[in-house]
Design a protein around this ligand. Structure first.
Ligand code: FA5
Length: 356
């Protein structure tokens, strides 16, 4: 191909492109022009570029230089047209594609509404329980979820051979270094574990806080229980402890009854069944009447003198009661949830029902 002919073709292409792009008035036509001139497969520039191959070798530098000028001119005209139409500038460097010219921004279109999360029913329950117990004069305190055997068992009067310490009933941590009373005695450190009950906090509080004291502690506990409608391997407990001079079983029963009516309503029935816990004497199971049947919500009792002695409190002077209630079961009772597993499936369609 002759150089003259090639340069003329390039010149008219640039002129025609500039004219069209100066008057284009909508995004769709602009996109068509972009494809027409710079399209990767059959755009006009591509077609002319192929002709370069047939130019005489000595004319090639001039032809190539002019080709580059025309290509840049078309790119620039495309960019200006895009800006004029209020769109993102044409992508520099010749990269092209429909996405390089997005839709015109329309400020009158409604925005995307962010989805607002809801507070998980267990979190709601924890807050509610703290509020009720606060009104009854109990201060909130916390304890660690990874515990040593002293706080989870020994100080709670649970002997070495008690089934509650069985490895099959606990999540012992294989490598953790124990900080426990046994290690002080020179025995090899006993493995720590994920606490199996919040009664651990009773010990921690009595070890550090001055008497009298009245606390609750809410938090996660862990047991290798097979999940079913009322059991889960991780669940929450609310522990309560009141230590003072002359605390009696009457106060324990009154507090749990007042708590139950505040949380579940005036029509709730409560039952105390004789039971056994190594750290309370006497001990009871606490049942509430629910859906036509008695449901066990927790355990309670008067603090065992051995527990007081393990933390250096004189049981001749001080007395106290303790209780531990299952938070999931309370939450289920209040919200009408029949399967504990639903609480932990992370299905927002289920959880959103309990939005406050
Ligand atoms: C205890 O954990 C005692 N520490 C309670 C206690 C505290 C007694 C202070 C005396 C003085 P128990 O193992 O029964 O007790 O558990 C208490 C409650 O936790 C149960 O009544 C139940 O409501 C709840 N619970 C127990 N296991 C599970 C589980 N796998 N899933 C959900 N909730 C559970």
């Amino acid at each position: 191909m002759a150089l003259d002919q090639f340069l003329t073709a390039l010149g008219s292409m640039l002129e025609e492109a500039r004219a069209c792009l100066a008057t284009v008035d909508n995004a769709e036509s602009l996109e068509q022009l972009r494809v027409k001139y710079t399209g990767a497969k059959s755009g006009a520039l591509k077609t002319v570029q192929k002709m370069l191959g047939s130019i005489d070798v000595k004319d090639k530098p001039a032809a190539g230089m002019r080709f580059n000028e025309v290509r840049d001119g078309i790119e620039e005209a495309l960019g200006q047209a895009a800006l004029r139409l209020g769109q993102a500038a044409h992508r520099p460097g010749g990269g092209s594609g429909p996405q390089s010219l997005g839709p015109v921004f329309d400020p009158t279109l409604p925005g995307l509404r962010p989805r607002i999360g809801t507070i998980h029913p267990i979190t709601q329950t924890l807050e509610h329980l703290k509020e009720i117990m606060g009104r009854l004069g109990f201060n909130v305190t916390e304890g660690p979820e990874i515990e040593d055997q002293w706080h989870n068992f020994v100080a709670l009067n649970i002997p070495e051979d008690h089934p509650a310490r069985d490895p099959l009933d606990n999540f012992y941590l294989a490598t953790a270094k124990a900080v426990s009373a046994e290690s002080v005695t020179g025995d090899p450190p006993a493995p720590r574990l994920l606490r199996s009950q919040t009664s651990t906090v009773q010990i921690r509080v009595m070890e550090t806080e001055p008497l009298p004291l009245r606390i609750i502690s809410l938090g996660r506990v862990y047991r290798p229980d097979a999940p079913d409608a009322t059991h889960f391997p991780m669940f929450h407990q609310m522990e309560g402890l009141w230590v003072d001079r002359n605390v009696t079983m009457t106060q324990l029963k009154s507090v749990l009854r007042l708590f139950a009516t505040s949380y579940l309503g005036g029509d709730v029935s409560i039952r105390f069944r004789p039971s056994f816990f190594p750290f309370t004497e006497p001990s009871v199971e606490v049942d509430y009447w629910w859906n036509g049947q008695w449901i066990e919500f927790g355990g309670a009792g008067m603090v065992d003198p051995n527990v007081f002695q393990s933390v250096g409190i004189d049981p001749e002077i001080w007395s106290g009661f303790a209780f531990g209630l299952g938070v999931e079961r309370l939450c289920m009772r209040r919200f009408g949830i029949t399967d504990i597993r639903d609480l932990y499936r992370s299905d927002v369609r289920f959880l959103r029902q309990f939005a406050t």
